[in-house]
Design a protein around this ligand. Structure first.
Ligand code: G4P
Length: 283
């Protein structure tokens, strides 16, 4: 699912979220574990002020495990509860439930002191498009009750999903927008496939990816495409094309096909578990 954002969208989405956040005790924010900074919108820190905060490092199955650990520590130090997960996998949800209980312990104890017993924790899910919000809600709730393709700004009657006796989840996720102003953010979102490919130059994007991989994950391209990691990224793309038989009529190298292939293999994890952001740089 890819979005086109306009200032009008953003104002509406923000207003909606301000209203929704008032109703909850806990904000569950999903980020993409491969780019935890670029896949966040810092406005959520102001919007979620005073609420318990949980960050889910989602798609961690595609990200570098050591960096996942680093990011977990990074966010914990900033006062968030953190869980690494694969939103498609029911197995991750036990840990999420346990952390929700922990994150809301203070609220539960406060309720008890006031004589309120068994009032469930109310939570909402937020995040930029494509981080896995709908998938998470579906898996967590255990049935297909989250509608995919939620449009920002569409107001419906509030629906709560009762997850267990302790937790209720707002059924519609809050959609945040990425930080478009920052070019490196745009590049990283494009690399993971969250920005429409047809508005980007695929060849350029694949060259950026080759450059990053060569610097940060030496040996990965060699192993996958059986070539030496030498020369310019364009020369390397040519070697990938030859290795994979990306040849056009007239024996010409099909760069576009090779570019699409290397991007797809990165996005689907065929090049291995790779993260594009490191906590020590972003700290
Ligand atoms: P959203 O509501 O935040 O917009 O995201 P959504 O749940 O629609 O998920 C976006 C895509 O990411 C889906 O792929 C979904 O299966 C995939 N996804 C979600 N969580 C995870 C995860 O933890 N690991 C991996 N590997 N994938 C995950 P899709 O259905 O193929 O859609 P698309 O990417 O082709 O648009």
């Amino acid at each position: 699912m890819q979005f086109q954002w306009y200032p009008g969208h953003m104002t509406k989405a923000k207003r909606q979220m301000q209203e929704d956040i008032k109703l909850v005790d806990l904000v569950i924010e999903l980020v993409d574990a491969r780019i935890p900074v670029s896949s966040r919108n810092p406005d959520i820190d102001t919007l979620g002020k005073g609420k318990a905060r949980l960050i889910l490092l989602n798609k961690s199955d595609l990200a570098d495990e050591r960096k996942n650990e680093g990011w977990t520590e990074f966010f914990k130090k900033k006062g968030y509860y953190v869980v690494r997960m694969d939103a498609r996998n029911k197995g991750s949800m036990k840990q999420v439930s346990a952390i929700i209980a922990e994150a809301c312990k203070e609220k539960t104890e406060r309720d008890l002191r006031r004589g309120i017993k068994n009032r469930p924790v109310r939570a909402m899910v937020v995040g930029i498009p494509n981080v896995g919000k709908s998938t998470f809600i579906n898996t967590f709730a255990g049935k297909a009750c989250a509608k995919t393709g939620n449009k920002p700004g569409v107001t419906k009657g509030k629906q709560w999903i009762r997850l267990n006796k302790n937790v209720e989840l707002l059924d519609t996720p809050g959609i945040l927008w990425p930080k478009f102003e920052d070019q490196s953010v745009g590049l990283r979102l494009a690399l993971i496939g969250s920005i429409k490919d047809d508005i980007l130059n695929i060849d350029e994007l694949s060259l950026e990816l080759i450059q990053i991989l060569r610097e940060e994950y030496p040996g990965v391209l060699k192993e996958r495409y059986g070539m030496e990691e030498e020369g310019t990224p364009a020369e390397m793309l040519e070697k990938i094309a030859l290795n994979r038989g990306c040849i056009k009529k007239g024996n010409e190298v099909d760069y576009a096909k090779a570019a699409a292939l290397v991007l797809d293999e990165f996005r689907t994890g065929k090049l291995g578990k790779i993260s594009l952001e490191k906590p020590e740089v972003e700290a």
